[in-house]
Design a protein around this ligand. Structure first.
Ligand SMILES: Cc1ncc(COP(=O)(O)O)c(C=O)c1O
Length: 375
C-alpha cells in the first residue's frame, strides 16, 4: 500500500502568491510567516515573490539559513525569547526583532550593546479592540502577546542604547476577512504613527481561510485597496504584513488510502491509513477537512453512499478527519484526497503518537498522485 502522502502543487502556489503581491500597494511588504509551513520547496517557491520571511523561533532561523542562505529572516518574532534566541537573531542578521515586553527589550539592548551593535526593533503592542469574527483572538484584551500601548509609547520615546525603535508590530487576531483585517491594520497604523512616531508598522497575518468553503479566497484585491487608502494618510510609513495560512493552505493536499469501512449504530465510518497525527488541522480547529474520493474500482467492502465519518489509525475517538462527509460511496482501496492541507498541517501534528510511519512528501498535482497510487 502506498504510504499516506502530502502533495504540494508548487506551480499553483507560485501563481497564488504572485497574485497576492500584484494587488498590494508598493509600500506594503509581503512577508511569509514560516510557521504556517516551513517545507523547503514551499519556502524556495515563495522566495521568488515575497519580500521576506518572518521566523518565530531559533529553529526557524536555522531552517531559513539552511534552505535560503541568502535570505536572513526579515522579522524575528515570538513570545519567550531567551538570551540565546536573541543572540542567535543578532548573529543571523535578522531585519527586525519584534519585541514582546519591556524586559525583553532591555535584555536585547544589553546583548546588542555588548556586541557593539544597534538592532532595529518593532515593539509588539496589544492595542485595545474588538476582533469580531476572528477565529483566534491574540490581543485586544488580556493576552501574553505584546506590551501595553503605554509601555510602547514610553519605550519608543526613550529607548535603551543598543536598540533602534522603528515602529510597531501587532497581530491581534487570525481568521479576519478583508474589511476586518484592513480596519485592524489601519487602526494599528494610525496609532503607531501618532503615539510612537513609527516609520514602520507590521500589521501581522491572520487573513481568513474558510475550510467550509474550499473555493473561497480572502479578498486580496479589496484588502490591497483598503491598505492603499489607509497608507495615503501616512506618506512616509512602510507597512508590512505577514500572512501564513492564506498563502499556503490551498497548495497542499493529504492523500491516503481507505483501509476499512464499517457501520456502527447506523453510522458509516471510513478508516484510512494515517490520521490526525499526520494532519492535525481538523482536530486543532474543530472542522471537517474538505475531502473527495478518488475511486479505484471496488477492491473490498464499500459504504452505501450515505454521509461518512472519516477516521485515522489512532486509538482515540478524537482522530477524526471529517464528519458527515457527503462523498458518495467509499470502498476499501479508494484514495481520499483532503484539500487545504498546505498550512498548519503536518508541522503542527502530533507525529510521534503511536509511532506510525510518517507520510511521504511529493510535489505535483493531487490528481497525478492519485492516478499513480499503488496498492
Ligand atoms: C505574530 C504572527 N504573525 C503571523 C502569523 C500568521 O498568521 P496566519 O497564518 O493566520 O496568517 C501568526 C500566527 O499565529 C502570528 O502569531
Amino acid at each position: 500500500m502506498t504510504r499516506p502522502a502530502y502533495v504540494y502543487d508548487l506551480d499553483a502556489l507560485a501563481v497564488h502568491v504572485a497574485g497576492i503581491r500584484a494587488v498590494l500597494p508598493d509600500r506594503v511588504d509581503l512577508l511569509y510567516a514560516v510557521k504556517a509551513n516551513p517545507d523547503p520547496g514551499i519556502l524556495r517557491t515563495l522566495a521568488r515573490t515575497v519580500d521576506g520571511f518572518e521566523a518565530a523561533s531559533q529553529g526557524e532561523l536555522r531552517h531559513l539559513a539552511t534552505v535560503l542562505p541568502d535570505r536572513p529572516a526579515a522579522a524575528y518574532a515570538g513570545p519567550g525569547k531567551t538570551d540565546e534566541d536573541l543572540v542567535a537573531a543578532l548573529a543571523a542578521g535578522v531585519g527586525r526583532v519584534h519585541v514582546e515586553s519591556p524586559a525583553e527589550l532591555h535584555r536585547l539592548a544589553r546583548l546588542a550593546h555588548a556586541a557593539h551593535r544597534t538592532v532595529d526593533v518593532l515593539l509588539r503592542v496589544n492595542l485595545p479592540g474588538d476582533a469580531g469574527g476572528a477565529s483566534l483572538v491574540m490581543g485586544g484584551g488580556p493576552s501574553p502577546f505584546g506590551m501595553s500601548p503605554q509601555e510602547a509609547t514610553y519605550l519608543a520615546a526613550d529607548p535603551p542604547a543598543g536598540v533602534r525603535v522603528r515602529g510597531v508590530h501587532a497581530h491581534l487576531a487570525s481568521g479576519l476577512d478583508a474589511p476586518a483585517a484592513a480596519a485592524t491594520a489601519r487602526a494599528v497604523l494610525d496609532w503607531a504613527v501618532a503615539e510612537v512616531g513609527a516609520t514602520e508598522v507590521n500589521a501581522g497575518g491572520g487573513m481568513a481561510v474558510d475550510y467550509a468553503a474550499p473555493d473561497a479566497r480572502f479578498d486580496w484585491p479589496g484588502y490591497g485597496r483598503l491598505l492603499g487608502a489607509a497608507l495615503a494618510a501616512h506618506p512616509t510609513v512602510r507597512l508590512r504584513i505577514e500572512p501564513g495560512r492564506a498563502v499556503t493552505a490551498y497548495c497542499g493536499w493529504y492523500l491516503t488510502e481507505v483501509v476499512d469501512v464499517k457501520r456502527s449504530y447506523g453510522q458509516w465510518f471510513v478508516v484510512v491509513a494515517g490520521g490526525t497525527h499526520h494532519l492535525r488541522t481538523p482536530a486543532a480547529k474543530g472542522h471537517s477537512q474538505p475531502v473527495r474520493v478518488h475511486r479505484r474500482g471496488r477492491r473490498g467492502p464499500a459504504t452505501d453512499g450515505a454521509p461518512v465519518t472519516v477516521v485515522g489509525q489512532l486509538c482515540t475517538p478524537r482522530d477524526v478527519l471529517a464528519r458527515a462527509a457527503d462523498v458518495g460511496p467509499v470502498a476499501v482501496g479508494d484514495v481520499l484526497v483532503f484539500a487545504m492541507a498546505g498550512a498548519y498541517a503536518w508541522n503542527i501534528s502530533h507525529r510521534d503518537f503511536l509511532l506510525h510511519d510518517p507520510p511521504e512528501f511529493r510535489t505535483g498535482t493531487p490528481e497525478d498522485v492519485a492516478l499513480n497510487w499503488d496498492s
